[in-house]
Ligand binder design. Structure first.
Ligand SMILES: [Zn+2]
Length: 144
């Protein structure tokens, strides 16, 4: 085994966890993942969670936000209102980048169309999230 392999190659133990002495829990593909709703501070099965874009004032960016069935509609309304009211081209770009991170590409944004056009697309994407036509996903579970 070369030096690179010794430093960077990870062996798997029989349970599939990285063999680095960590305390990672076994993650069974049969078990549904659970997600913390940061609206009501409660944990729900992933199937009961909605991923929405939400503006974080501290980070000054749209971030992936997990909300339960009870919390998500108010908060996506808040995101919609914020986008409707913004005249900031950089904030519109931040929202477009949020969707890009979720592999939802807005052609008008990528080719440099005026922010007002991109804003219209963003509002349509918000509509799609609200009506169930677009469901953002958490992605795969990474081994710890
Ligand atoms: Zn909640």
């Amino acid at each position: 085994m070369g030096l690179f392999d010794r430093f960077f190659k990870r062996k798997k133990d029989k349970d599939g966890n990285a063999a680095q002495g960590g305390t990672a829990a076994n993650i069974s593909p049969e078990l549904e993942r659970h997600v913390f709703c940061s609206g009501c501070f409660t944990v729900f099965p992933e199937s009961k969670i909605h991923l929405i874009p939400f503006y974080n004032d501290t980070l000054r960016n749209y971030v992936t936000t997990y909300r339960c069935d009870s919390c998500w509609l108010d908060d996506i309304d808040e995101t919609r209102k914020r986008l409707e009211l913004t005249e900031s081209s950089s904030e519109i770009a931040l929202a477009a980048e949020f969707f890009k991170r979720h592999a939802v590409f807005i052609h008008e944004y990528l080719r440099g169309d005026p922010p007002e056009e991109v804003k219209g697309d963003l509002l349509r994407l918000i509509d799609l999230i609200q009506t169930g036509g677009l469901k953002l996903s958490i992605g795969k579970t990474e081994q710890m």
